[in-house]
Design a protein around this ligand. Structure first.
Ligand SMILES: [Zn+2]
Length: 84
């Protein structure tokens, strides 16, 4: 399940950059019909923020409750192995 969520998050980041690249190019070439591109970009931005909030508030050590930012195998605080 975690891998699926991480996959969705990575796709959202990639789509986000590609999408804003397309929107930026469209605006540079004088094409202002970019509403759809902006909506896609905003949805991706929400997904990215949700992923970051998940990391910040849900991804904690089950033993001591310390926040884990990088999916460490061992908790940096209590040194216990984290089962995933
Ligand atoms: Zn811990």
């Amino acid at each position: 399940m975690r891998r699926i969520l991480l996959g969705i998050w990575i796709v959202a980041v990639v789509v986000f950059f590609i999408d804003w690249g397309i929107v930026g190019l469209s605006l540079l070439t004088g094409n202002y019909e970019v509403q759809a591109g902006i909506y896609v970009g905003l949805v991706c931005m929400i997904l990215i923020f949700m992923g970051v909030f998940y990391k910040l508030f849900v991804n904690r050590c089950p033993y001591c409750g310390k926040f884990l930012f990088f999916d460490e195998t061992y908790c940096s605080s209590c040194k216990k192995e984290i089962q995933r």
